[in-house]
Design a protein around this ligand. Structure first.
Ligand code: MRU
Length: 346
């Protein structure tokens, strides 16, 4: 890759946000410069950047772009404008709680700072980004401890470097297990309708020479039966206080399959993905996206114009189907409200 190109999917360079355009992968590696809040909002909404932690990191940089745009105003007026931009950014996508979490951190930083709030916000956004990468590496090590020698695992959607500040949550565990020589094989589900599995996860794993077989979502049960897969490992968009997990549509069916077939089910998510204000999964808003994601593959039409479509892009897996939740603060086996609460006790 050209050395002048960013080496991360999200890069903050010379007070500009540069995003790898994930809509074009794996066909093209192109970076999109983002210079304002409207551009940040559109990039999140239209999936230039996606994945819960990556959305949070991007939004944090969006707040810095807002501060840059309003730095000439008096402090009070500038802060009001930045507040408005924070509320706009908060509406970009509803399910990934890392968005609200990162914006709340930026808002607190804005209010705690009287002088030099621009550089304080910039430092805070960079810290959110760097801390996410560190959390992923810690989770990678912790999660890999659960993986036995010569294991095969299955993953769904993309919970990799592309979906986070870097390294990945579920793919972080897979990367660490592979580095420890334990991992023989990864099955990546294609993940309809947006194909995060085929377009992003298989691409990321191939870059690192981690053996991967891409399968249709509907081949998951057969792959689990025929290939002795040990663990299903996924990320999360929001974990409720009781351990229910909202993640990419199709995750719930995999958890049910895992229970039926005696496979282990691991969720890997930093504490920034845990939402204590959602008591359980029913409190989590599930994003619905447009019909065209289902009726078309790229430009190709796969259904009649009159076909009605239901396209929820996340589902909720009940906590009782989760064997272990890996966070940067520790592993929670058979998650429950009290065990999750303990993660937040200082
Ligand atoms: O619609 P997306 O691509 O943003 O959905 C992403 C997922 O569902 C991921 O599994 C989740 O955000 C975890 S990413 C570390």
């Amino acid at each position: 890759m050209d050395k002048s190109l960013p080496n991360r999917a999200i890069e903050w360079r010379d007070q500009q946000l540069i995003l790898l355009d994930q809509r074009l992968l794996p066909g093209a590696v192109e970076f999109l410069p983002i210079n304002d809040v409207a551009g940040t909002f559109d990039a999140i909404k239209n999936m230039v950047v996606r994945g819960a932690p990556a959305i949070g990191v991007t939004a944090a940089y969006g707040v810095v772009l807002s501060a840059l745009a309003h730095q000439q105003l008096g402090e009070e007026q500038a802060k009001q404008q930045i507040e408005l931009d924070i509320s706009k950014l908060n509406k970009a996508r509803p399910t990934a709680v890392n968005l609200a979490w990162a914006l709340q951190r930026m808002q607190q930083c804005l209010h705690n700072q009287n002088n030099d709030w621009l550089s304080a916000l910039e430092k805070e956004a960079v810290a959110i980004h760097e801390q996410d990468i560190a959390a992923n590496k810690a989770m990678g090590e912790l999660g890999a401890g659960y993986i036995g020698e010569q294991s095969a695992v299955m993953t769904h959607c993309n919970a990799g470097a592309l979906a986070t500040g870097g390294y990945g949550t579920a793919l972080g565990v897979i990367r660490s297990a592979f580095a420890q020589g334990k991992l023989a094989k990864v099955f990546a589900n294609e993940t309809r309708p947006w194909f995060q599995g085929s377009r992003l996860t298989a691409w990321e794993l191939e870059q690192e020479k981690i053996p991967v077989s891409l399968i249709c979502d509907s081949a998951a049960a057969s792959a689990l039966r025929e290939h002795h897969v040990d663990w299903i490992i996924v990320g999360a968009d929001r974990v409720a206080a009781n351990g229910d997990v909202a993640n990419k549509i199709g995750t719930y069916s995999l958890a049910v399959l895992a229970k039926h077939m005696g496979k282990k089910f691991m969720v890997v998510a930093p504490t920034s993905t845990i939402d204590l204000s959602s008591a359980h999964g029913d409190d989590i808003e599930i994003e619905q996206r447009g019909r065209q994601e289902v009726t078309h593959v790229g430009e190709k039409v796969m259904a009649t114009e009159g076909t009605s479509v239901w396209n929820p892009v996340f589902d909720v897996t009940p906590a009782e189907l989760v064997d272990v939740l890996i966070t940067e603060q520790g592993a929670v086996e058979n998650p429950s409200t009290s065990k999750i609460a303990r993660l937040f006790v200082k």
